[in-house]
Design a protein around this ligand. Sequence first.
Ligand code: FES
Ligand code: FES
Length: 149
Amino acid sequence: MANLTINGQKIDVDVEADTPLLWVIRENVGLTGTKYGCGIAQCGACTVHIDGVATRSCSVVVGDAVGKQITTIEGLADKAKLHKVQQAWIDHDVPQCGYCQSGMIMAVAALLKEKPKPTDKDIDEAITNICRCGTFQQAREAIHAAANA
Ligand code: FES
Ligand code: FES
């Protein structure tokens, strides 16, 4: 049994402590915005925030997330108001198939908290998410727009 706090809600899940957090978020809690891509911390599709830090949830065991604040894409908006990264993503038509996008948005939201005006170099270093649709240029424009919003 693990007691988690996800998007501000306390949730008890009946799982082994070494279950990957991504599995728990999707299968036990039913929040399917967080995606499975590679399972080995390479693609970033599974990115969530743990205590505000962008984290690849496929490679964190649920036992290590107990007592921490977990935020998924479903919890990023402030009630009805989209997060500025989500809004910039819409304004700049970033998504193509969409599969990688929630992970990328979560990574960008964490970057902007740490570096409100990131340079292209900061973006290249921090946003290593893989997008098979090649949305990187639109994403870069949207990141700068969100930084200036
Ligand atoms: S599924 Fe976690 S990094 Fe790819
Ligand atoms: S939008 Fe399709 S993989 Fe990124």
